[in-house]
Design a protein around this ligand. Structure first.
Ligand SMILES: C[S@@+](CC[C@H](N)C(=O)[O-])C[C@H]1O[C@@H](n2cnc3c(N)ncnc32)[C@H](O)[C@@H]1O
Length: 197
């Protein structure tokens, strides 16, 4: 079913989920950012000129699609599961959105310095709690968890002052001290940071 107005799909998470096949809908409650959280995070990340936001571990692009619909920023999602990228791209095309793209690959392959906003929904967690895994498509291990976490923390430290960061359900114990948390929402699950030095 395709409702006439794209905004109808953002009335609720259930309405948004309807855009996707059943096996993707089943992942939504645990693995995709709720729409109200995505809007709050996207508005914070794009509260600066020429906002270019990266979602590290984009899934089918729920955060990026929502962000590009509700803000003027440009959203890029990088996702290691190719089938998620294919499915998300279909929805982007269906909506005719031109400020959002989904890249197929591992986040370690891209240069974060081309972005001034970063969204991170605890994407590496499935490496340490296998029961929380989305599926069996990718390798998961505590070694990969450590590798990805260290890579991200190193990249975060190298970002320019003023970089905005939104974290949701963060399990990485420490965001580098050069980031100051300015706001938190949704029972402290969503944290909004700016790099100060
Ligand atoms: C919790 S889901 C979040 C999805 C999306 N950010 C959202 O909020 O709707 C995490 C996603 O990160 C992806 N992921 C995990 N590690 C990754 C990596 N190293 N590179 C790219 N994607 C990764 C997983 O495949 C999964 O789709």
């Amino acid at each position: 079913m395709y409702l006439t107005q794209p905004q109808n799909y953002f009335f609720s998470d259930a309405a948004f989920d309807n855009l996707f096949p059943i096996h993707i809908q089943k992942l939504s409650a645990i693995h995709w950012t709720p729409i109200n959280v995505a809007i709050t995070a996207a508005r914070f990340l794009t509260r600066q000129p020429n906002a270019r936001v990266i979602d590290i571990g984009a899934g089918v692009g729920k955060f990026c699609i929502t962000g590009s619909f509700f803000t003027n920023g440009h959203f890029t999602g990088i996702e290691q599961r190719k089938n998620f990228v294919t499915i998300g791209r279909k929805v982007i095309k269906q909506f005719g959105l031109n400020k959002v793209e989904l890249l197929d690959g591992n986040f370690t392959e891209i240069d974060l310095s081309q972005f001034n906003g970063i969204y991170f929904y605890n994407s590496f967690h499935e490496n340490i709690v296998l029961a929380d895994s989305l599926d069996e498509q990718v390798d998961r291990s505590s070694e990969l968890y450590n590798l990805y976490t260290q890579h991200l923390l190193t990249q975060l430290k190298q970002m320019p002052v003023g970089t905005r960061l939104a974290t949701y359900w963060l399990s990485i114990t420490e965001i580098p001290a050069c980031y100051k948390m300015y706001e938190s929402h949704y029972s402290n699950l969503l944290k909004l940071w700016i790099k100060e030095y």
